[in-house]
Ligand binder design. Structure first.
Ligand SMILES: [Fe+2]
Length: 419
């Protein structure tokens, strides 16, 4: 079920820049919903989505946002721990959205209107490693946010893991975030299924304001590709890649890597084949080997959407697990994050910790539906609750805790860094 071949968000933006322009208007709506009264309104500040950060490195990061009119850029004001502020201008690129999508069961939900938008990207360089900064768009004083650069190899750090976020479906996403964001993670691993048109309640226009606490407080948003990134024929290209593509280095079609503190993080795309002889399978093996040769390397973490191991209501992929688990052990991947099965699971199997982090807001399902699978005796924790996890990394290992909507810690684990 796939779209075009490999292309990056940058390529996508330059392609869009060649198209003709018009204002965001109600053109077509294949969702058969009720039209909004008044249609699209571009607020005075002209910022329609964001900002958010992606692609952290030790000395740089990318800040993106969407504007609904041209010429809004007055830059990003970035302030370091020394209190010194610098303004970095962005590049504005025209992007044409071809279709209007709404939320059929929530007529008051703002639509994703067809029309012309203006993507802004500020590439911050020359930053200090292991440092957290604040930033705000000069055009909109309400956009105060933070990010952290990647840590120098060996430094301790903290990150957030969440998956399957459907923030319009009740208050579960907001509740979970209220308990994990105070931990001030350096960055976020999102396991995919970022937004859910198919919940019939959600659009990207509704998603962004509800997810703003995470986007503003949890550092760079490093996402894997889930099946709900392809709910509409053009969603992957028009939204997912436009917003979150370009999140790392050596990027392919939905797969990439980044590093912090001597840990290499590798996201693979389970919408495409993941066998070792597939394109991204060959890429993953090459990257795992290369990571081990990096000065200061401690371990690698792999994250993706559809689980290789699960005892819940969705399918597993034992072929992939059998192929990759020995590779992960050989190349120092002690920890894997997966998503898709709405709930929580943690397996300790053959030297690898597998965490299913998929309780970010989509309807919770049944984590025990397939508990008769032979390997389910390796599952050490599971539950049908909304959740996100905070992972602290230090010299000895990964120390995780998983919190629910009440802030209750439902699971803790330590995964040692391989010696
Ligand atoms: Fe999914």
């Amino acid at each position: 079920m796939r779209r075009a071949a490999i292309f990056t968000a940058a390529a996508l933006l330059s392609f869009a820049a060649c198209k003709s322009t018009s204002s965001p208007t109600d053109t077509t709506d294949d969702t058969a919903d009720t039209p909004d009264a008044g249609g699209f309104t571009c607020a005075d500040v002209g910022i329609s989505k964001g900002p958010w950060a992606i692609a952290l490195t030790e000395t740089g990061i990318t800040i993106r946002w969407e504007a609904c009119r041209t010429g809004t850029d007055a830059g990003v004001i970035v302030t370091g721990p020394d209190g010194k502020a610098n303004t970095v201008m962005s590049t504005e690129t025209v992007f044409v959205v071809n279709n209007t999508y709404g939320a059929p069961l929530a007529p008051n939900t703002p639509k994703d209107w067809a029309g012309t938008y203006y993507m802004h990207e500020a590439k911050l360089t020359g930053l200090a490693p292991s440092t957290c900064y604040t930033y705000v768009l000069a055009a909109d004083a309400s956009t105060g946010s933070r990010f952290c650069t990647a840590r120098t190899a060996g430094d301790p750090f903290r990150f957030l893991v969440i998956g399957d976020t459907n923030p319009t479906l009740g208050t579960h996403t907001t509740q979970v975030l209220s308990h994990v964001l105070p931990y001030a993670p350096d960055f976020t691993l999102h396991g995919g299924d970022i937004q859910y048109y198919e919940s019939t309640l959600e659009t990207w226009a509704a998603w962004f304001p509800l997810m703003a606490p995470l986007l503003r407080r949890a550092g760079a948003f490093q996402a894997a590709i889930g099946n709900h990134e392809l709910e509409k024929p053009d969603e992957y290209a028009q939204y997912t890649l436009r917003f979150f593509g370009g999140a790392g280095a050596d990027e392919g079609d939905g797969y990439y890597r980044f590093s912090s503190g001597g840990i290499t993080f590798l996201s693979i795309n389970t919408q495409d084949p993941v066998t070792p002889n597939s394109t991204q399978g060959q890429w993953l093996l090459m990257e795992l080997i290369a990571a081990e040769k990096t000065p200061g390397f401690r371990a690698s973490v792999v994250f993706f959407h559809k689980p290789f191991l699960t005892c819940g209501d969705t399918g597993d992929d034992l072929t992939a697990e059998a192929a990759w688990a020995p590779v992960f052990v050989q190349h120092k991947v002690p920890l894997v994050f997966q998503a898709h099965m709405h709930g929580y699971e943690r397996f300790e199997k053959d030297g690898v910790t597998w965490v299913t982090s998929a309780g970010g807001g989509g309807n919770i399902v049944l984590p025990n539906m397939n508990v008769s699978r032979a390997y389910c005796d390796t599952r050490k924790a599971a539950g049908d609750y909304y959740n996100a996890s905070i992972i602290d990394v230090d010299a000895t290992g990964f120390h995780g805790k998983t919190l629910d909507t009440e802030g209750t810690i439902r699971d803790t684990f330590t995964t040692p860094i391989p010696q």
